[in-house]
Design a binder for this molecule. Structure first.
Ligand SMILES: CC(C)(COP(=O)(O)OP(=O)(O)OC[C@H]1O[C@@H](n2cnc3c(N)ncnc32)[C@H](O)[C@@H]1OP(=O)(O)O)[C@@H](O)C(=O)NCCC(=O)NCCS
Length: 155
């Protein structure tokens, strides 16, 4: 059973805990930096949602808006390794959809590494459809692949 979940819009007070979670999930060379997170938290063209239990941030998602369009992008989604496979990722995506519908956004777009099986599964479960294979999309290798899948969901 899923625990009661609390998903809210993050503020700069969450910065350190978000950075700590990012560093738990990714090695330094691939992780977003504190400066990038501060930008995502403070700029108007993005929203960060966090999933929390009291003092603990268990997951977050970064949403980017495209000026003058009704399309938004998912920049990244991250769940604490010890809290994965409990549906937190899916809950962050449904909270994202709810927020975006309210904002009049009609489509979500994202790219995911062809070898990131957990993330691909999560997005498929959430109703995203593959629309393109992007060869050599990433600068770095993710488990032997630099290729990405582009996925979309109409809201
Ligand atoms: C991707 C991620 C956010 C998923 O978070 P989560 O809270 O575990 O997600 P959920 O529990 O809602 O769902 C995950 C689904 O993937 C499945 N899954 C997990 N690991 C898997 C694997 N190695 N291969 C295939 N499927 C896998 C789970 O079983 C579940 O599907 P199910 O409910 O049909 O069984 C999490 O794995 C993560 O933080 N990964 C590292 C960061 C990352 O790569 N982010 C994506 C960047 S685009």
């Amino acid at each position: 059973m899923h625990q009661n979940t609390n998903i809210r819009i993050a503020s700069t007070d969450d910065l350190e805990r978000i950075v700590a979670l990012e560093n738990l999930c990714f090695p330094k060379e691939f992780a977003y930096t504190r400066r990038q997170f501060r930008y995502f938290l403070m700029k108007a063209n993005s929203t960060v949602l966090v999933e929390t239990t009291e003092m603990l941030i268990r997951g977050f998602i970064i949403i980017l808006y495209r000026r003058g369009t009704t399309v938004a992008g998912i920049e990244t989604i991250n769940v604490d390794p010890i809290h994965r496979k409990k549906g937190i990722g899916l809950q962050l995506l449904s909270a994202t959809e709810k927020l975006l519908r309210k904002k009049g956004i009609h489509k979500i777009r994202l790219e995911v590494s062809t070898t990131n099986h957990a993330a691909i599964k999560l997005y498929k479960n959430a109703g995203f459809k593959k629309i393109a294979l992007l060869k050599k999309y990433y600068y770095y290798d993710h488990e032997g692949s630099r290729d990405a899948i582009r996925m979309v969901k109409e809201l």
